[in-house]
Write a protein that binds this ligand. Sequence first.
Ligand code: ZN
Length: 437
Amino acid sequence: MIRYLLAMLALGLAAPAFAVNAPADENVPTEDHVTFIQVGNLIADPAKGATGPAIITVREGKITKVDAGSTIPYAATDIVTIIDMSDKTVMPGLIDLHVHLTGDPGGDFWKQATEPTEWGVVVGAKNALLTAKAGFTTVREAGSSQYSAFSLRKGTAEGVIPGPRIIAAGPALAIVGGHGDTTGFKEDINDALASGYSCTGPVECAEKVRKASRAGSDIIKITATGGVLSQQGRGLEAHFTDAEMISIADTAHSLGLKVMAHAHGARGIEAAARAGIDTIDHGTFADEAALKAMKASGSALVPTLMAFQGVSEGLGKGIYTPVVENKIRETLGSVGKAVTMAKDMGVPVAFGTDAGVFDHGRNAEEFALMVRHGLTPREAVISATTLAAEVLGMEEQIGRIAPGYSADLIAFDGNPLEEVTVLEKIDWVMVRGRVID
Ligand SMILES: [Zn+2]
């Protein structure tokens, strides 16, 4: 006999799982708990559009069944939760391919000399919750203070802290004195604060990839060109040599790891793409030759338009040092042009924001910027679901609502395939079958 133990839940409230009158059959495992989500309008796969009412069945963190209509299917268990989203749109959870959970915007650069590395975990736990509540159920952590992102990754995976699934790079590989290396202090202080991941020459760079792999990186992050928010004053063009980038890409791929490259200057983007690096993040000054190289190598562009939005909001307020302000101003006239060109040339544009450069939780504001630069609302939504999942090599696990996929779900009002800004207000989030509240 089935007993539905929970009444409909008020919007936004988590469903407590009651186990009343546990069945006598000892073969029923205690984790035999089923959750039914009543959906008003289902978008199971953004490419295919909305399909109306549905019931999603979730067991042990995974979607096991998706039924059209509103009839709750039979469940051979006494432990049932029903979540009422019958007046909401429900979609796969969003994926942000470029965040820095362990940092907040506007921090003085010298704080790296005064704050313990573990502080990043505390800041990161706060930001993991903000990010999940904003509808992002998977993030790619694009470089953290030493290994703090690995602790966060374990924390959200085990449900010890609420937050998204984290695909973590750990420390980024950089050239000595480049973006990602410690700069701006006296040399002996720079050395003392260094992460241990700068490298010179193909052999040492290969060694650092293997070191990152040993430390637990899910993906290798490199700063292929200069960067805006570091104190390094050597511009925004290529920093690694071609031989170093090829060594990094080949070594990572031989270990089954993908590579993401921070890159602004066109020649640095081109060299990174030629080396076989999987995503070009920022891609600010990408020109036709750079995008052709990306198309040839299958590299995706992760434009992080919100990063520029965030830094432009802070300009002239004494937040940035003069060397950084100059680099910011250099970029602002070009923001978004690469997105339009990439789309025209058939280079995939995948969703990533650089949250941490702006306040965590504002990630979904990226959608409107993508649309402003030429993506359709549907393309923008695909960029943060099925396409982002493909970029991660996780297209069989996340990015759509189907049996066997992780129960990563969001609910909200409206249709993002027509108006992307509806994704800026998410009412309910589930990550790996756990409700975030
Ligand atoms: Zn970044």
